[in-house]
Design a protein around this ligand. Structure first.
Ligand SMILES: C[C@](O)(CO)[C@H](O)COP(=O)(O)OP(=O)(O)OC[C@H]1O[C@@H](n2ccc(N)nc2=O)[C@H](O)[C@@H]1O
Ligand SMILES: Nc1ncnc2c1ncn2[C@@H]1O[C@H](COP(=O)(O)OP(=O)(O)OP(=O)(O)O)[C@@H](O)[C@H]1O
Length: 282
């Protein structure tokens, strides 16, 4: 056993998300405000006697080699072999995960797992790679991976990878996952998606009511989400995170979030209460 500690892999919220254009490669340019919350998966890394990297937790819908945990480990090995052709990891690793973050929820769970894996292997194998280098490796796995390596709440531009750290009020959130998973690509490919927001300065964005350009498209496609946002908005500001399907209501206190949760008692949704955090402890 090389490491018994739980490596936390938290969720993010997009407090606002504006799409300012579509690039030639099909990706979209964004302006978004990332906030982490204290609701996380836990990953465990155990030393193996051989040099294999194995995910020991089964994901029913994701084949082993497609899992972002395994893809990120392989990406790290590829990077190392580019600079040292004969690179071999000092030991193999069994990875297990206690998965709490709903998949296809816009909380960035898969990206966060990839980031945590890169950070953990860099440390356990004593590779000495810097945060910017890990972010570069992570970006190849997904637009949301770099923010989880950066580890600070941030204003993001580009495809979500150009980051400037920013302290935001660490509010309480009621996060609601409707009974639907949404593939990010489906929303980014939707004909109705608003992709022409004007690029604005961060100070202007922070003083203008927050919105998510994906929300009208998602609400039109998923009536359950539309209904939940309508109802919760009567009590607290409520928006979509990323491309959904999760929504979050912003509360000033934990008690307010708990009261709000009571409105959803008995409904076909998963919900949890979490606090915003501006800096991840690694
Ligand atoms: C919606 C957000 O969660 C906001 O934080 C992210 O932009 C999505 O990041 P992600 O899930 O890591 O996305 P990726 O795995 O890189 O891309 C999934 C798909 O979403 C689309 N995509 C993603 C990010 C982006 N800036 N523009 C896009 O058009 C692309 O069609 C891509 O094929
Ligand atoms: N370790 C992983 N955890 C979750 N999903 C994974 C993982 N590895 C691969 N995936 C795939 O990635 C998809 C997106 O999962 P994820 O939980 O990151 O959704 P999301 O929060 O909507 O993503 P994002 O906000 O980054 O768009 C899943 O449906 C699954 O097919």
């Amino acid at each position: 056993m090389c490491d018994k500690r739980a490596w936390l892999s938290p969720a993010k919220l997009n407090l606002f998300l504006y799409i300012t254009g579509r690039r030639a490669d099909g990706y979209h340019n964004l302006q978004t405000l990332f906030q982490f919350i204290d609701y996380s998966d836990s990953l465990y890394f155990d030393r193996r006697q051989d040099d294999k990297i194995c995910l020991q937790t089964e994901f029913t819908l994701v084949p082993h080699d497609d899992n972002l945990i395994i893809k990120s480990a392989n990406m790290l090995l590829t990077y190392m072999r580019q600079s040292q052709a004969d690179f071999r990891p000092p030991f193999g690793i069994d990875i297990t995960i206690d998965k709490k973050l709903p998949m296809g929820g816009g909380l960035g769970g898969g990206s966060s797992n990839a980031a945590t894996t890169l950070i953990a292997l860099n440390q356990l194998w004593q590779l000495g790679l810097s945060t910017p280098v890990l972010m570069q490796i992570g970006q190849k796995l997904g637009a949301d991976v770099p923010i989880f390596i950066f580890g600070l709440s941030a204003f993001a531009q580009g495809i979500g990878d150009e980051l400037v750290a920013i302290d935001v009020p660490e509010k309480w959130y009621l996060v609601v996952k409707p009974n639907v998973e949404i593939a990010t690509a489906k929303i980014f490919n939707a004909p109705s998606l608003k992709r022409d927001s004007v690029t604005r300065r961060i100070d202007e964005l922070l003083t203008t009511p927050f919105n998510n350009d994906c929300e009208p498209t998602v609400r039109a496609l998923y009536p359950q989400i539309d209904d939940l946002i309508n109802r919760l908005s009567q009590f607290a500001p409520t928006r979509l995170t990323g491309t959904g399907s999760c929504i979050f209501s912003e509360c000033n206190t934990q008690e307010q979030a708990m009261q709000l949760q009571q409105h959803l008692a008995g409904e076909d949704v998963v919900c949890f209460i979490a606090k915003g955090i501006n800096q991840l402890c690694r």
